[in-house]
Write a protein that binds this ligand. Structure first.
Ligand code: SF4
Ligand code: SF4
Length: 202
């Protein structure tokens, strides 16, 4: 027997019969960030790892720029935190995402599911809750897999500025297009200081 996926379970949990045999909207369309329970909240993270790239902040303007340097706990292949439960003990400036911080910070990538929901937009085809596959975030070129050029402990701070990149704040082409294979997806939504990091727990 096939085990249910996270998506199956959440779809089932959030589906409410409306009297016509149709299912209600999935939770990320039906609920605000505040209304999500802990499991829904955690599942909303697409696993892209973009927010775990080191960011630089201009001391004068406070503008934030991404780098292609990974946080010391980032698994640059799996694109996940290698010690998620204890991350803030190891990385004190790791920002814990909450509905309030999602609204307050302006550096979350445009692909970030928390940002999309907060902006009233749908998830993209490659999000695992839509595709049913945790690999589609990598296949679509949205994750940081293959794009992390260094880890923070391997570089002196003065070299970080050479690693400034713009791509984490852009959507790759593959993120916008529906895949040719319909089974892959169903819906498309339409000397510096080291600055904040992101993570997806509240
Ligand atoms: S919190 Fe957002 S940007 Fe960070 S890994 Fe999750 S979906 Fe990606
Ligand atoms: S969740 Fe925080 S500690 Fe973990 S890799 Fe991302 S930024 Fe680093």
């Amino acid at each position: 027997m096939t085990r249910p996926t996270i998506k199956d379970r959440l779809d089932t949990d959030s589906a409410v019969a409306d009297g016509t045999g149709r299912e209600a909207e999935p939770f990320w369309r039906a609920k605000t960030l505040e209304q999500m329970d802990a499991e829904e909240w955690e599942s909303l993270c697409d696993g892209c790892g973009r927010c775990c790239l080191v960011k630089l902040q201009d001391e004068d303007t406070e503008a934030i720029a991404y780098t292609d340097i990974g946080c010391k706990l980032l698994d640059d292949v799996g694109c996940r935190c290698r010690d998620y439960p204890n991350r803030q003990a190891q990385v004190p400036d790791c920002v814990r995402l909450t509905p309030q911080t999602v609204r307050a910070i302006d550096w979350l990538p445009p692909s970030c599911a928390y940002r999309l929901v907060e902006e009233g937009r749908d998830l993209y085809w490659w999000h695992h809750l839509v595709s049913g596959d945790r690999d589609t975030v990598h296949a679509a070129g949205v994750s940081v897999r293959g794009r992390v050029e260094a880890m923070e402990d391997d570089l002196p701070l003065e070299d970080y500025i050479e690693h400034m990149v713009r791509w984490p704040l852009r959507l790759p082409r593959g993120a916008m297009r529906r895949p040719a294979d319909p089974a892959r997806g169903r819906r498309t939504a339409a000397p510096p200081t080291v600055a904040a990091r992101g993570t997806a727990r509240r």
